[in-house]
Write a protein that binds this ligand. Structure first.
Ligand SMILES: Cc1cc2nc3c(=O)[nH]c(=O)nc-3n(C[C@H](O)[C@H](O)[C@H](O)COP(=O)(O)OP(=O)(O)OC[C@H]3O[C@@H](n4cnc5c(N)ncnc54)[C@H](O)[C@@H]3O)c2cc1C
Length: 371
């Protein structure tokens, strides 16, 4: 199946290959804080408190009336609210905060000795994320691996600071393809193309540059866009300082393992095309054994990662597992909305940041219309 060129995968059609689109301004990734919050900081009706962790949402007579935040090691402060509490702690911590506030599955809350304010069994359930494996190839031309020497890193930093130019303004991922394994308009697989190679012994940690080899290379990530597996966020205990338990249940569903294998084989085929192999220094460095499915499954087990796109744990809907309604209001509680990636009932077919910004924009419109 051929993947054709498609310059705007955020346009009318998603399937196809192109360079990646980014939220980059002045050679620097532009966050929502910089884009939306910073310009509003002068407003008299806005107070932003940083280093301020919410312990729980205060509920009185079925209505959210404020939040309790931590002060120092043991203290706390109550912040009252006359209109609405908007919970945007992300797909891991929004369900944690709801559960700490007594909103969740009565069985889970009971285990932690938390008083049940409102039973909503879906809180923390339905966790989804994009998962991926990949291939890596040594290259005959210098790639981002060559930038990792102290001299080149120093050069890149100076270029960035002095001229707002250079490699630090790029993402480690440059190109992208959306693909349907069954020839449909909706993709089920995504490929990321990275101008950087990883170690051939699985010792590279994607978030630690020191673990990348100096030998230049490139790679293709094969990503499952719609995993069938569903994970769960649970409380470890009732202490808000403790992180919750994240149980992804990655590849628990057999269909996910089958499709990831299809995606990996396609990535290998792409890496071995004439266009790509023209830059290869030898055969694939990872996976080394790729002729049989069993070896590829071993590679999947060793290389599997999530794409850090957790969603779904306070899902929007009307069924038993739904946490918020179509206006993102928490079922059964007044004046409380959840506005973040946790409300997605199913994960979107692509990276989640832009979709989460869209959720927030839509919520802002709904909140304005109401007040
Ligand atoms: C390492 C990494 C790389 C990523 N790369 C990309 C990418 O390239 N492209 C892309 O599209 N997406 C990417 N994502 C995903 C993207 O960042 C998320 O989809 C998006 O940020 C989700 O937004 P959110 O508002 O739901 O949650 P978040 O952005 O996580 O915001 C939640 C906020 O709530 C705060 N918070 C949590 N608990 C509390 C509490 N108790 N009290 C006070 N504050 C609290 C957190 O500090 C955080 O600031 C990446 C994610 C990670 C982790």
């Amino acid at each position: 199946m051929v993947v054709t060129r498609n310059d705007d995968y955020n346009g009318a059609q998603q399937i196809g290959a192109s360079l990646l689109q980014f939220t980059i301004k002045n050679n620097q990734r532009h966050s929502t804080a910089a884009a939306f919050l910073k310009p509003a900081m002068k407003r008299k009706n806005l107070t932003v408190r940083t280093q301020c962790q919410v312990k729980s949402i205060l509920i009185e007579n079925g209505r959210a009336v404020g939040v309790e935040v931590m002060v120092g090691q043991t203290g706390s402060e109550r912040i009252n609210c006359s209109k609405e509490v908007i919970l945007s702690a992300g797909a891991i911590q929004s369900p944690q905060l709801l559960m700490l506030s007594g909103i969740g599955d009565p069985i889970e809350l009971g285990k932690q000795g938390i008083n049940i304010i409102h039973a909503l069994p879906g809180v923390g359930k339905n966790l989804q994320d994009h998962v991926w494996t990949g291939v890596s190839v040594n290259s005959i031309i210098p790639t981002s691996n060559a930038l990792l020497s102290p001299l080149n890193m120093g050069k890149a930093l100076l270029q960035h600071l002095l001229f707002k130019k250079g490699p630090l303004g790029n993402s480690p991922l440059e190109a992208n393809a959306f693909y349907s394994s069954i020839g449909e308009d909706r993709p089920d697989i995504q490929f990321h193309f990275a101008p950087i190679g990883i170690a051939d012994d699985y010792s590279t940690d994607m978030y630690n540059l020191k673990t990348f080899p100096r030998k230049s290379g490139f790679g293709i990530m094969a990503i499952l866009l719609h995993p069938e597996s569903r994970g769960v966020i649970r409380l470890k205990n009732s202490n808000p300082k403790d992180a919750p338990i994240i149980d992804h249940q990655v590849l628990a569903h057999s269909k996910d393992r089958e499709l990831l294998l299809v995606a990996l084989k396609k990535a290998i085929a792409i890496a071995k095309t004439k266009a790509m192999s023209a830059y290869a220094d030898g055969d694939l460095s990872l996976p080394k054994n790729y002729e049989d499915d069993q070896s590829l499954q071993v590679h999947i087990n060793k290389s599997l990662e999530t794409l850090y796109h957790p969603v779904g744990t306070c899902k929007m809907g009307t069924d038993q597992g739904a946490v918020v309604d179509h206006e993102l209001k928490v079922h059964g509680i007044r004046s409380l909305r959840v506005v973040d990636a946790s409300i997605m009932p199913t994960i979107v077919s692509g990276n989640t940041n832009a979709a989460t910004i869209m959720i927030a924009e839509k919520a802002a419109d709904m909140i304005q219309q109401q007040s």
